[in-house]
Design a protein around this ligand. Structure first.
Ligand code: PLP
Length: 446
């Protein structure tokens, strides 16, 4: 198929420079295992699991078969006041994987919806306990929690926020970012050890300013993914947990990227040994093949929400929230098959094993190349940061992304970063190809 076999007048592409895309379209028509087939018949390695989704690789038959079977059995049913068998089974499996008493799954369809859902749960939970004044949120600079108004407000990526002004939620503050580009430019499968405690700012400035009794929740990505794979300082998440506990503040982990194996464990929460009060997930839960997201809440939150309505008649709804497609049977059938496949093929373990292979390759091949100012690897993901071109933020990384694409490798450009997060089935030789292609492109962009 040639470019001009498709009319490209009607699709407005998301998070994409549309004008440049029109001049040099990148269109996939098939995928299998680690590779895409392009419209012009070329093979491209999926170096980013199609944005952190496709952990098990593309075109996995057990998932495809489960979807087909579900379509022929129960295609769809409404989610309100009735439900379906697959939604209960998927929730049971996710709750069994989630740490501690994270047992109650609220389904939605995406990471953005998960962010807004978790924020609404936080407000409703505090109100149910008679603390409705807790209505403020704390996010983190350069955090990404999707594109809903809640997620955008607690998010901290400037370009995503700048045109929305006063439409963002008013009562939000942000923790400082977790990266020191001088002392910790190079992070190689370790947790950086800082000589300062960057959470003192939360304790000494942010909480006193707003008064801790007004804060509903803190929301963070355990590892800052969308910004370009930034790893938290050693002990950071444990200390954040302690501070939240001390002040009755809920802690929400946005595990939309880190959930389901990326760090070699089911969740980053397991990797760091810190349990949040709510855990947001999406993406890899269905291997990306069908939209599904959700929020796993503790029993404590659920019970408070049920108990608060002690005087209400049993027909009364406890939480006025949900989506037409919450717990969609086809999405949940995909999730069940995906989670079974992850377990049968021990794919989280494999991600944990291949992580250092990717990290080693990135540090060995890219350190010292022109314009490389940092490399960070943890789990099966790694980023290289390039010096920006003055006056043209993101241009160098975009050029490298394009060059890699034309040489058969899909890498993610995020600001000045190029990020790899391949499917867990990736082979060593494919990592060599990906990193070698990236190295060549960085040299050409110098
Ligand atoms: C941490 C995090 N939260 C939320 C989202 C938003 O997810 P979605 O694009 O499915 O709405 C993303 C997407 O990349 C993400 O990385």
């Amino acid at each position: 198929m040639a470019y001009n076999d498709l009319r490209m007048d009607n699709q407005w592409l998301p998070f994409t420079p549309n004008r440049s895309f029109q001049k040099d379209p990148r269109i996939f028509v098939a995928a299998d295992g680690m590779h895409f087939t392009t419209h012009d018949g070329r093979q491209v390695i999926d170096g980013i699991s199609s944005l952190w989704c496709v952990g098990a690789g593309h075109n996995r038959k057990p998932i495809n078969e489960a979807i087909k079977k579900q379509l022929d059995t129960l295609d769809y049913s409404t989610a309100f006041s009735v439900s379906n068998d697959k939604a209960f089974r998927a929730a049971e499996m996710i709750a069994a994987m989630a740490p501690g008493d994270l047992n109650k799954v609220l389904f939605c369809n995406s990471g953005s919806e998960a962010a807004d859902t978790s924020m609404k749960v936080a407000l409703a939970y505090h109100r149910a306990r008679g603390e409705g004044h807790r209505n403020m949120f704390i996010g983190r600079e350069r955090g990404y929690h999707g594109v809903g108004f809640g997620g955008m407000s607690v998010g901290g990526i400037p370009a995503n926020r700048k045109v929305y002004g006063t439409s963002l939620l008013p009562r939000v503050d942000h923790l400082r970012f977790i990266h020191d580009p001088v002392k910790h430019a190079y992070v190689h499968n370790t947790e950086p050890v800082w000589d300062e405690d960057i959470l003192l700012e939360l304790e000494n400035r942010i909480l006193p300013l707003h008064d801790p009794s007004n804060i509903a929740a803190v929301i963070v990505e355990p590892v800052a993914g969308s910004a370009g794979w930034y790893v938290p300082p050693q002990g950071y998440l444990k200390r954040l947990r302690e501070i939240c506990d001390k002040h009755g503040i809920l802690l929400i982990f946005d595990e939309v990227i880190t959930g389901f194996g990326r760090l070699g464990t089911a969740f980053a929460s397991d990797y760091y040994g810190v349990q949040p009060d709510m855990l947001n997930f999406a993406k890899a839960v269905t291997n990306g093949v069908f939209p599904l997201g959700g929020v796993v809440c503790t029993d404590r939150i659920y019970n408070a929400m049920m108990g608060a309505h002690g005087n209400a008649p049993e027909h009364a709804i406890e939480f006025f929230h949900g989506y037409t497609y919450s717990g969609h049977p086809v999405a949940c059938a995909a999730a069940i098959a995906t989670l079974d496949l992850f377990r049968e093929e021990d794919l989280f373990k494999r991600a944990g094993e291949m992580g250092p292979v990717l990290g080693d390759a990135m540090h060995a091949a890219l350190k010292g190349l022109p314009n490389v100012i940092g490399i960070r690897s943890l789990g099966l993901a790694a980023a290289v940061e390039l010096a920006p071109i003055a006056g043209l933020p993101g241009k160098r990384a975009f050029d490298v992304f394009m060059d890699c694409y034309h040489h058969g490798v899909l890498v993610r450009n995020a600001g000045e970063n190029l990020v790899f997060a391949p499917p867990y089935i990736v082979e060593r030789a494919q990592i060599d190809t990906m990193v070698g292609t990236l190295a060549d492109a960085i040299k050409r962009a110098a």
